[in-house]
Design a protein around this ligand. Structure first.
Ligand SMILES: Nc1ncnc2c1ncn2[C@@H]1O[C@H](COP(=O)(O)OP(=O)(O)OP(=O)(O)O)[C@@H](O)[C@H]1O
Length: 286
């Protein structure tokens, strides 16, 4: 399967934070959702992929190309949406569009007007009067108006009301129908991912913990609940982390089959949410 994005052994160090030996593949034609707690390195990873910051070490390829020789070519194929302000606050949306449009040979004015109307965006008001959600919508309208092959979004649903969040997911789903588009987006709202993601990339403490297909996560991970006497040095090894209380334990495993065989009917096995996986992995300090 073709990779649209490939990171190999990438390192990036800030004071008090390091993206360590970070390798990542993003598959063409699929939606990959990036999750991880605050400060895990999601935005840093996206900025590296967008060439907004440089890696200290390692290689980054987008569409099989590196930025050194192909920056313009790569950027033309990417639609980028982020929660930081990418607009000049004193400009209108129309003025911003006129600045951005020449950078894209594939710019489609009717597409832009379609999204401006759909998102009910004022073209002639200064961007500084926009709400957070309106800025996100404006950023999305720009990103989608040059027919990108790859859409990269940093927290696109933050600041959006639940109704528009759903609409956005619907727009993304429609975009994916052609089969040749790829989406990578980071989010805190893990329930959005249940609706749309094919792959989940989990980042924690500057490390890439896993990229798995949704169905693999369902097959491998489970929340296990039972009485404390089920735990000993051997059984505890099956868990990523365990929460013990006076009445029993609750734990996360990534060996669902094996745990079912070990405990049989004695433990309760439940399907974890992505939040459960983040929470228990965080506690286990992977
Ligand atoms: N330009 C920078 N200079 C110094 N430190 C930085 C810089 N950018 C990011 N960091 C630090 O790197 C760490 C990772 O930040 P990053 O924004 O990638 O996390 P994140 O996973 O996107 O978090 P959140 O979910 O809170 O947005 C944080 O500790 C942050 O303070």
């Amino acid at each position: 399967m073709e990779n649209v994005i490939e990171l190999r052994n990438v390192e990036k160090t800030f004071k008090g934070f390091q993206l360590q030996n970070f390798s990542l593949d993003v598959k063409k034609g699929y939606v990959t959702g990036m999750i991880g707690p605050n400060g895990a390195g999601k935005s840093t990873t996206i900025k590296l992929i967008m060439n907004l910051i440089k890696a200290d070490r390692g290689t980054i390829k987008v569409f099989g190309m590196d930025y050194e020789k192909n920056a313009k070519n790569i950027k033309e194929k990417i639609g980028f949406v982020c929660d930081e302000n990418v607009f000049y606050e004193d400009s209108t949306l129309k003025a911003m569009k006129n600045i951005i449009r020449p950078a894209y040979t594939q710019w489609d004015e009717s597409q832009f007007n379609y999204y401006v109307e759909l998102f009910e965006l004022p073209l002639k008001k200064k961007v500084k009067t926009f709400s957070k959600g309106m800025k996100m919508k404006a950023s999305l309208a720009m990103a989608l108006s040059h027919h990108p092959e790859l859409l990269i979004m940093d927290e696109p649903t933050s600041g959006l009301d639940p109704v528009f969040r759903r609409e956005l997911l619907e727009i993304l789903r429609e975009l994916m129908l052609t089969g040749d588009k790829t989406i990578l987006f980071s989010t805190h709202i893990t329930t959005d991912l249940d609706r749309i993601a094919d792959y989940i990339t989990f980042i924690h403490g500057g490390r890439h913990i896993f990229t798995k297909e949704m169905y693999q996560i369902e097959e491998q991970y489970a929340i296990v609940k039972g009485s404390l006497d089920l735990l000993d040095a051997d059984t505890e090894k099956e868990f990523i982390s365990i929460r013990k209380t006076e009445s029993g334990f609750e734990a996360l495993t990534e060996h669902k089959e094996r745990v079912m065989n070990i405990f049989g009917e004695e433990a309760i096995i439940e399907k974890p949410t992505l939040e459960d996986i983040m929470y228990y992995t965080n506690k286990g300090e992977v």
